[in-house]
Design a protein around this ligand. Structure first.
Ligand code: TTP
Length: 197
């Protein structure tokens, strides 16, 4: 019998799917729809961890509801943090430009939490990276916003795309900034019986 090595990825993010697939992990994408509003006064890391956990629980509820095979499930959440403020995805182009003006010439953090769930337990790991942007001109911000790259991304940028030219320095996990920190993810996968190597 051929063993089914697939896991569930409860995420609509094409970046997460690509990063996991690059590790050679076969996967099935399922839905994880949750409300992403922060709670009043919620701290950024607590917020990101709660969302990753809720995405995993929502995905697991979907598996149970539809009687799908019980395989480990992975979900993640990425948040950009400036000072003590949580910066989510831009709501429109004006918001994207305003966020990029705030990130210009300064350092922010990118927090990504990864949650893994099976029938017995849920485990969570969090990666925090520091990203420093050089000063951006108004023309660059406007042209970047018109590229549409910012629109589905926390902090209104994607380091893996055009915004790579804004980044002077990172300390932390490049893959964590893109949305799935591979070091932490591999540790979770091994813990749940799916070692990468
Ligand atoms: C900072 C940054 C974020 N991002 C992306 C990663 C995430 O996909 C997105 C943050 O939004 P998330 O809410 O973490 O994820 P998502 O809505 O894309 O997908 P799902 O909730 O279904 O898993 O921003 C980049 O691609 N590059 C970057 O440099």
């Amino acid at each position: 019998m051929i063993q089914d090595r697939r896991i569930y990825l409860a995420s609509a993010s094409p970046r997460r799917k690509e990063l996991l697939t690059n590790l050679g992990i076969p996967l099935e994408v399922i839905r994880a729809d949750i409300n992403e509003d922060p709670l009043p006064g919620e701290a950024p890391i607590a917020y990101t961890e709660r969302l990753a956990r809720e995405k995993a629980e929502s995905g697991w509820a979907h598996v149970l509801q539809f009687g799908l095979p019980l395989r480990p499930l992975l979900a993640a959440d990425t948040t950009v943090v400036l000072g003590d403020r949580i910066i989510g995805k831009p709501v429109d182009e004006a918001d994207a430009a305003a966020i990029l003006r705030q990130l210009s010439g300064t350092e922010h953090q990118v927090v990504t939490s990864v949650a893994m769930r099976d029938a017995e337990r849920l485990e969570l790991k969090t990666s925090v990276s520091h990203v420093r942007f050089r000063k951006l001109s108004e023309a660059e911000i406007s042209n970047y916003v018109h590229s549409r790259e910012p629109m589905d991304k926390a902090g209104a940028y994607g380091i893996q795309g055009l915004a790579g030219i804004f980044v002077e320095e990172i300390r932390g996990s490049f893959t964590g900034i893109v949305g799935l920190p591979l070091c932490e993810t591999a540790a979770l996968l091994a813990d749940f019986g799916h070692p990468v190597l």
